[in-house]
Write a protein that binds this ligand. Sequence first.
Ligand SMILES: *[C@@H]1O[C@H](CO)[C@@H](O)[C@H](O)[C@H]1NC(C)=O
Ligand SMILES: *[C@@H]1O[C@H](CO)[C@@H](O)[C@H](O)[C@H]1NC(C)=O
Ligand SMILES: *[C@@H]1O[C@H](CO)[C@@H](O)[C@H](O)[C@H]1NC(C)=O
Ligand SMILES: *[C@@H]1O[C@H](CO)[C@@H](O)[C@H](O)[C@H]1NC(C)=O
Ligand SMILES: *[C@@H]1O[C@H](CO)[C@@H](O)[C@H](O)[C@H]1NC(C)=O
Ligand SMILES: *[C@@H]1O[C@H](CO)[C@@H](O)[C@H](O)[C@H]1NC(C)=O
Ligand SMILES: *[C@@H]1O[C@H](CO)[C@@H](O)[C@H](O)[C@H]1NC(C)=O
Ligand SMILES: *[C@@H]1O[C@H](CO)[C@@H](O)[C@H](O)[C@H]1NC(C)=O
Ligand SMILES: *[C@@H]1O[C@H](CO)[C@@H](O)[C@H](O)[C@H]1NC(C)=O
Ligand SMILES: *[C@@H]1O[C@H](CO)[C@@H](O)[C@H](O)[C@H]1NC(C)=O
Length: 312
Amino acid sequence: MYPSIVALLAFMIPFSTGQQIHNVTVGEGGALTFAPNTVTALPGDTIQFVFVANNHTATQSSFEAPCTPIYGGVKSGFEFIGPGDAPKVYSLFIPDANPVWFYCGQTHPVSHCSKGMVFAINPPSTGNTFQKFQAAAMSSLPSNTTIPPPSPVTVTVTATASPSPPAANPPVIHDIIVGANNTLTFTPSNITAQPNDTVRFNFVAKNHTATQSTFSNPCVAGLAGGIPGFDSGFMPVAANTSGFPTFSITVNNTSPIWVYCKQRLPIGHCGQGMTFAINAVADGPNNYAAFQALAKSINGTTSSSLDFLLDW
Ligand SMILES: *[C@@H]1O[C@H](CO)[C@@H](O)[C@H](O)[C@H]1NC(C)=O
Ligand SMILES: *[C@@H]1O[C@H](CO)[C@@H](O)[C@H](O)[C@H]1NC(C)=O
Ligand SMILES: *[C@@H]1O[C@H](CO)[C@@H](O)[C@H](O)[C@H]1NC(C)=O
Ligand SMILES: *[C@@H]1O[C@H](CO)[C@@H](O)[C@H](O)[C@H]1NC(C)=O
Ligand SMILES: *[C@@H]1O[C@H](CO)[C@@H](O)[C@H](O)[C@H]1NC(C)=O
Ligand SMILES: *[C@@H]1O[C@H](CO)[C@@H](O)[C@H](O)[C@H]1NC(C)=O
Ligand SMILES: *[C@@H]1O[C@H](CO)[C@@H](O)[C@H](O)[C@H]1NC(C)=O
Ligand SMILES: *[C@@H]1O[C@H](CO)[C@@H](O)[C@H](O)[C@H]1NC(C)=O
Ligand SMILES: *[C@@H]1O[C@H](CO)[C@@H](O)[C@H](O)[C@H]1NC(C)=O
Ligand SMILES: *[C@@H]1O[C@H](CO)[C@@H](O)[C@H](O)[C@H]1NC(C)=O
């Protein structure tokens, strides 16, 4: 027997509470479908929408209004996949067991939602069922139906109609998994977010933090000039837990936001590259890769054998 190898394998066994990946294919064979159209997911699981053809979205709605986005909901945006293009994947972390409803927001040339292109995570088997949700979607007004104008009124010709300003994108929640698969990672490790978006850190293992730092001092809490930044504090996660703690921040502007895990036991996670960034400029010197490399060079250790000790 090789005890160290046994221990390593035991360490790699995923939680019984989730961390499974569910692929949902969007637009397979040109069809207006999510396949499968429902998924039963555990807290901690990930849904991967795999866009394979045409021009679809995965947009979060509600049971009550299947073809209407909910404010602040999940929204992939239009994913155009031309013939021969590689699929595009949009990942979604599932923090709890609540039902989540989706539709395809494409309305050209017809409303995909009204053709039944809807999807649900953990729909109830009675009451608000997926079948009712889809039926409601299909009875929604098809988008190319002209909505009848209101009853005739005296027509007033206005010389200049001021165009309504383009609708701002509603805020989005970006889910970040902290410690996926028991690794020292934020997943994804760098994102782009708009002002008013929420970034939600989902702590799924061990005992990590999401602590704001600066580009030049990646593993030191706080902003320049001693101004405190945000800090989730330690978020210990028991091995058998059924829910995961979260910590959310609001993005206020487009300036880069730098984040690390401040856990130092048994080794410093930041020096191992456990870093994260929002709105890092990818083609400038202060890009995410440079930030992570700086964290490793200032706080890293040279002994990779220490990886085996990571039972925190
Ligand atoms: C899920 O989709 C991704 C991207 O297409 C693919 O790499 C992966 O193998 C798929 N996984 C399963 C279990 O089908
Ligand atoms: C995808 O669909 C949207 C909405 O109909 C449209 O604005 C966009 O131009 C389409 N993208 C491509 C590449 O056709
Ligand atoms: C859209 O309009 C065309 C032409 O009027 C019609 O044939 C088609 O059925 C309409 N689509 C839907 C979804 O109602
Ligand atoms: C977690 O493990 C699964 C299965 O091995 C893998 O598909 C997935 O990419 C891993 N996720 C991360 C963030 O490492
Ligand atoms: C962000 O939200 C505030 C308060 O709701 C609003 O006044 C502001 O216009 C929003 N900013 C953007 C860029 O949407
Ligand atoms: C990283 O190294 C700096 C400089 O030695 C130190 O001030 C900081 O506390 C270290 N951070 C962590 C998380 O160990
Ligand atoms: C989490 O880590 C911190 C810092 O190392 C430690 O003080 C705390 O006791 C840990 N919590 C648990 C539940 O292990
Ligand atoms: C997880 O739960 C099982 C069943 O309740 C229990 O036997 C096991 O010891 C637990 N593991 C940990 C690490 O708490
Ligand atoms: C955004 O502004 C709010 C209110 O001033 C503040 O509490 C929050 O920390 C800011 N978010 C970030 C990421 O700095
Ligand atoms: C993440 O960082 C890498 C390396 O700096 C960069 O190539 C990539 O474009 C970044 N991604 C996002 C979404 O900013």
